[in-house]
Design a protein around this ligand. Structure first.
Ligand code: ATP
Length: 510
């Protein structure tokens, strides 16, 4: 932040905002910027009043209107140049006091003419429309490995631990990326309490819990690989070709980090599975962004929510950011556009621009079921590296899915005729194939035996695939995808070859 802040202060920006829950770290950076520019720093809070940090002089003034009166005097001349940091002014702005809004506008005007600056610092900012164009946001990223290293050293010293081995230290710092300094300190301290040392796995576990609690992004453990996906050969080939692009040697070669991928398709066909397998194949951590939560909260928090998502993803980068049901973002921004003067659409628009222009290696995998909600500008070239359409699996793919599903549930695929099963479940999605197998497992468990093909075939006949209920929508989906999206699978050879164990399985069926 310090560079950007220094530039804004030097350029004479009168109104700045730093949004962060890390008050102490943000204040230290603001103080450092003021020192380097030889500006006089003052800090106001309703509890302490206005403090001249150079002289330590305190003027009590719990009401911000009183503080602005003092600032009128302070800003009256252009030398020395002052920077006034205001803590939690948002709480006063929430009261929508027209006097306060007007006072801020007045003081910004005086500040501008004499080269002073006002910095609003808090964990959120929802400005009234009157101030939206008067205040400039300063990016405040989460701490990187260097700053987290200082925190870690502090814990090691206070717990009197031995110096960590290099690989443990690096792994602990990597595990803490995406946390604030306080959250990282807590995670390190917890590790000391639980293990009497620093265990990167505990730090990673605490990070996953912390991010989940914050409710926007979630760390998903990516134990899935491309081999866990049945079919979708073209999509898997594409991913395999991009796997090495995040390595140091690819960077040295001058290869730009891939931006991301949009996967649209019929529900249950493996889009989410592919997002997870991408992280596994790339060897990167996976973050899942819940669009429903981002848009589900208070409209005023949307901007802060999306900023926090970007900060977390960039701090953890290189990583895969999976945006599940991205179409909800568009419907969310559209519906709230009626009530918030289009703020949500604008905020979501800037998030989409970030997706396209980001410099940090965050690979976005966006998945969508409902293409009717995706506006054309979202689909334009350059937003993603590629867009894939996932159709219903063909016979060959269904056989592959059967193999994977049977194995996933601890049984041997060789004990079943996956060709027969594949033929019996035409129009089934991968999710439905798995559901059928689980159904068959329940039946056989109730009878106290292992599942047979007969159980599976019966479960198939009990199931009406979604595709039968929504054949019109699927036809429309296919029509939409033609020319717009690449097929995720090559359906050239769709007849599965008979496996070696056909005869034995046929007898099971009978
Ligand atoms: P939705 O759009 O409803 O979220 P989706 O397309 O993301 O569905 P998944 O959630 O990936 O579908 O699939 C659900 C489950 O079905 C997977 O966890 C997996 O067990 C199984 N499955 C679906 N497709 C495949 C596939 N191609 N290969 C193996 N398993 C699959």
């Amino acid at each position: 932040m310090q560079n950007q802040l220094t530039t804004y202060l030097r350029a004479g920006y009168p109104g700045l905002a730093v949004i962060s829950s890390e008050e102490a770290r943000a204040e230290a950076e603001i103080a450092a910027a003021c020192t380097s520019l030889k500006r006089r720093l003052h800090a106001w809070s309703s509890t302490e009043g206005l403090i001249d940090t150079n002289e330590g002089r305190i003027t009590p003034c719990p009401d911000p209107l009183e503080a602005f009166q003092l600032l009128d005097r302070l800003f009256a001349t252009d030398s020395p140049r002052h920077v006034v940091l205001m803590r939690d002014l948002q709480l006063h702005l929430d009261q929508t006091d027209p006097m306060l809004v007007r006072r801020i506008k007045d003081i910004l005007r005086v500040a501008k003419s004499n080269g002073h600056s006002l910095i609003l610092l808090g964990c959120r900012l929802k400005l009234p429309a009157e101030l939206e164009h008067e205040i400039t946001h300063v990016d405040f990223s989460l701490p990187g490995p260097d700053k987290l290293g200082v925190v870690l050293d502090g814990i090691i010293k206070s717990a009197k631990l031995k110096t960590l081995r290099d690989e443990i230290r690096e792994s602990a710092l990597q595990s803490a990326l995406g946390l604030t300094t306080t959250e990282a300190e807590n995670a390190f301290a917890l590790s000391v309490v639980e293990t009497n040392g620093i265990d990167p796995r505990i730090v990673a576990r605490e990070k996953a819990r912390t991010l989940k609690r914050n409710g926007l992004v979630e760390v998903v453990s990516a134990t899935t690989g491309l081999d866990d996906i049945g079919g979708l050969g073209l999509l898997k080939d594409w991913l395999q070709g991009r796997g090495g692009a995040f390595s140091a040697s690819a960077k040295a070669y001058g290869l730009p980090a891939p931006k991301g991928l949009l996967i649209v398709g019929i529900p249950g066909t493996g889009k989410s599975l592919t997002a997870k397998a991408t992280a596994g194949a790339f060897g990167l951590p996976l973050l899942r962004l819940d669009m429903g939560c981002v848009f589900g909260g208070i409209v005023g928090q949307l901007e802060a929510n999306l900023r926090s998502v970007i900060q977390t993803a960039e701090a953890i980068a290189p990583c895969v950011l999976w945006i599940d049901e991205i179409e909800k973002g568009f419907s969310g921004s559209k519906s709230s556009g009626n009530t918030d003067g289009g703020t949500s659409s604008r905020v979501f628009g800037s998030f989409l621009s970030w997706m396209q222009e980001k410099e940090k290696p965050v690979f976005v995998v966006a998945t969508a079921n409902d293409v009717s909600k995706l506006p054309p500008e979202f689909l334009r070239k350059g937003r993603f590296d590629e867009m894939f359409f996932v159709d219903l699996p063909d016979a060959l793919e269904r056989a592959q899915i059967w193999e994977i599903v049977i194995k996933r549930h601890g049984r041997k695929p060789a004990d079943f005729d996956t060709v027969v099963l594949s033929r019996a479940c035409e129009q089934f999605t991968g999710a439905e194939i798995e559901a059928v197998f689980i159904d068959a497992l329940h039946e056989s468990y109730a009878d106290g035996r292992e599942p047979k093909a007969k159980d599976i075939l019966e479960a198939i006949t009990r199931t009406v695939p979604l595709a039968q209920l929504m054949d019109g929508q699927i036809a429309a989906f296919r029509h939409w995808a033609k020319g717009r999206a690449r097929e995720a699978a090559s359906h050239a050879a769709s007849t599965p070859t008979a496996p070696r164990n056909t005869r034995r399985i046929s007898s099971q069926v009978n």
